[in-house]
Ligand binder design. Structure first.
Ligand code: HEM
Length: 271
């Protein structure tokens, strides 16, 4: 197997990277029972994986109806917030964005595979606040992204992807500290097995009735060693790793992984 999405082959820098895709391709599926992964988190660490604001119920219901239109009807889930009930049916995390006081803000989210952020931290934040840690986002991207939200047509589905390398095969990674603390213990000969390519495939759609937008995040993980069987893919990854811009490298903390990744590239063993 090689990673399903390979965004590193496309850009060495941060990018907006939104492109229209056919409606039929909106949700990728591919996980037998997302609820079996999400429900225990919802029970145990709810603040990390779920949050909603007052007044978001109509938007949640519309987002849930959109998921239902794509997947077909499901038995009613009494007692669960509508957006979470919908998120239990899909591998993706679901983020409801609504315009409040002139700003696009996170009105509700089910975030079972958060990449170093949590529902409790993110709820209510504007696009600008959410992207505070992203180097240069305010100057380079914010206005354009806000315009995308304003201009979303109901029939449009936009997709973007990002990638990073992480020493974790878990989807649920709310914080970086415990993961990074393990890096010094990784045997360089094991780097291909222990380090994972982590790709987020994100989509954005308008909710025509309530006027909000539904942002989905689907995380794909594959060990680096999955690249080893294909010399061309391996070379493309090596190139992406070494060509990444200083800002991108700093934001993703590639410095922590340089020695391990280079050790893997010197002696790439298939999984
Ligand atoms: C659809 C338009 C959007 C664009 C173009 C965009 C762009 C970006 C970019 C360039 C990054 C840096 C990592 C990467 O390359 O992905 C990023 C990170 C992030 N984005 Fe977005 N984003 C969008 C929408 C959203 C929405 C709706 C949310 C709400 C959940 C969000 C939440 C975040 C968070 C939490 C991060 C990580 C920030 C951190 O490091 O703490 N983004 N985004």
């Amino acid at each position: 197997m090689s990673p399903r999405h390979r965004p590193w082959e496309e850009a060495a820098d941060f990018q907006i990277g939104l492109r229209p895709i056919p409606l039929a391709d909106w949700l990728e599926g591919g996980e037998a029972d997302p609820a079996a992964r999400k429900d225990p988190l919802f029970e145990r660490v709810r603040d990390l994986v779920w949050a909603e604001t007052p007044g978001s119920q109509a938007g949640q219901a519309e987002a849930a109806a959109m998921v239902e239109a794509a997947l077909g009807p499901a038995p009613a889930q009494r007692g669960l917030p509508a957006l979470y009930a919908a998120a239990r049916r899909v591998p993706d995390d679901l983020c409801l964005m609504e315009k409040r006081d002139g700003q696009w803000r996170l009105a509700a989210l089910s975030l079972s595979a958060g990449g170093f952020f949590t529902a409790a931290e993110a709820i209510g934040k504007s696009l600008e606040e959410l992207h505070g840690p992203v180097t240069g986002f305010g100057e380079r991207f914010l206005v354009r992204v806000q315009r995308v939200f304003e201009g979303l047509r109901p029939e449009l589905v936009l997709e973007r992807r990002n990638w990073t390398v992480l020493n974790s095969a878990d989807l649920h990674t709310p914080s970086s500290a415990p993961i990074r603390a393990q890096i010094p213990d990784i045997d360089p000969r094991e780097a291909g097995r222990v380090l994972c390519l982590r790709v987020e495939r994100q989509t954005l759609r308008r909710l025509p009735q309530t006027g909000g937008a539904l942002f989905t995040i689907r995380v794909w993980l594959a060990p680096l060693s999955d690249l080893a069987a294909d010399p061309e893919r391996l070379a493309a990854f090596a190139n992406a790793w070494r060509a990444a811009t200083p800002d991108l490298r700093a934001y993703k903390r590639f410095d922590l992984y340089d020695d391990l990744v280079e050790a893997f590239l010197r002696d790439p063993q298939p999984a």
